[in-house]
Design a protein around this ligand. Structure first.
Ligand SMILES: [Zn+2]
Ligand SMILES: [Zn+2]
Length: 316
């Protein structure tokens, strides 16, 4: 690799990480930060907080904490991981979809559907979102239940304060697992629907998926990692995970461990018996408890899972 290539990778990675605030597909897009601020204002007003709104959302101890600087480091570091290890493979999602359509056509013959195109678009849109959300839950669930995966997921849980950047605090191995999962689900659902609909899906379907995702982005997905305890109605929290329910997920109270692992929908947690609704809870504290010491640095977070693996192998 020559110098020019290295420079190109650095430039691409930094553009990717810092371009998030101008990218409507990202949670930290300026528009969604604005809607999150409006929701935070609502929580501020209803909770009758005794400080100015500015101080309520801008807590210096949070934004300049050691934990926050580890979050920021991961954003930059994972930019490189995305450019080098993820970007070049995104095309595999499309290949996967084509191969699946082809396979189904060869195996079962053409599928003649009488349904108008608009129905397929609605089914497809809903299926991508629901199936993607289920697999997000499943992978997250496994990360909490399988010791080897938990070692990598600890990076996300070692945050001792939450800010909107904490959502990107992921070990690169977890980042690669999550992206592989998304590609696989995209290939499966798209391949199946292109086959069933006789190839009538076009760009509109992708816009449709974005519309549902947009609702999630606008309705406070940023507040999941924040100090703002936005809760939904008790019944609504059986269906959708509120920002406060995700904050409970980060709590260092053993009663809250392995709860609320859903992303958008709460129904998976409900089905797996891992749902906790907001209710009336005191102030939450975050982190890994006794193990926290090993995760108080960027490098610590990065290498701890590998040290764990080495120890595991040599102990046998
Ligand atoms: Zn988790
Ligand atoms: Zn989180």
């Amino acid at each position: 690799m020559d110098f020019e290539n290295i420079y190109k990778i650095i430039e691409e990675s930094l553009n990717l990480s810092f371009g998030y605030i101008l990218n409507p597909n990202k949670r930290v897009y300026l528009g969604y930060i604005f809607t999150s601020l409006l929701l935070a204002l609502y929580v501020y007003k209803t909770n009758k907080v005794h400080k100015t709104f500015f101080k309520y959302i801008y807590n210096k101890q949070v934004w300049f904490s050691k934990s926050a600087f580890i979050d920021y480091s991961f954003v930059v570091f994972n930019g490189f991981v995305k450019v080098i290890f993820i970007g070049p493979y995104l095309i595999l999602g499309l290949y996967g979809a084509y191969y699946l359509t082809d396979y189904l056509t060869v195996t079962f013959g053409e599928f003649n559907s009488e349904l108008p195109k608009v129905y397929w678009l609605v089914f497809y849109t809903l299926s991508v979102v629901v199936v993607q959300d289920f697999f997000s839950f499943l992978v997250h669930y496994l990360m909490h239940k399988i010791p080897f995966m938990w070692e990598f997921h600890k990076t996300h849980h070692s945050a001792t304060s939450l800010n909107i950047v904490t959502q990107y605090r992921l070990h690169p191995v977890e980042l690669i697992i999550n992206n592989s999962k998304s590609l696989m689900v995209f290939a499966l659902v798209s391949g199946l629907f292109v086959y069933l609909s006789g190839g009538s899906l076009d760009k509109i379907s992708v816009i449709g998926v974005n519309v549902l995702h947009l609702v999630f982005l606008v309705f406070g997905s940023n507040l999941r990692h924040s100090q703002v305890p936005l809760k939904y109605n008790n019944k609504v929290e059986l269906l959708f995970i509120s920002p406060f329910q995700h904050q409970i997920h980060h709590s260092d109270n053993p009663e809250h461990f392995d709860k609320n692992m859903g992303s958008k929908l709460a129904i998976w947690d409900w089905m797996f018996g891992t749902l906790l609704r907001s209710g009336n809870r005191g102030k939450l504290t975050y982190g890994l408890g006794e193990e926290q010491k090993k995760y108080n640095s960027f490098v610590g977070n990065l290498i701890q899972p590998f040290l764990w693996l080495v120890l595991k192998i040599f102990k046998k």
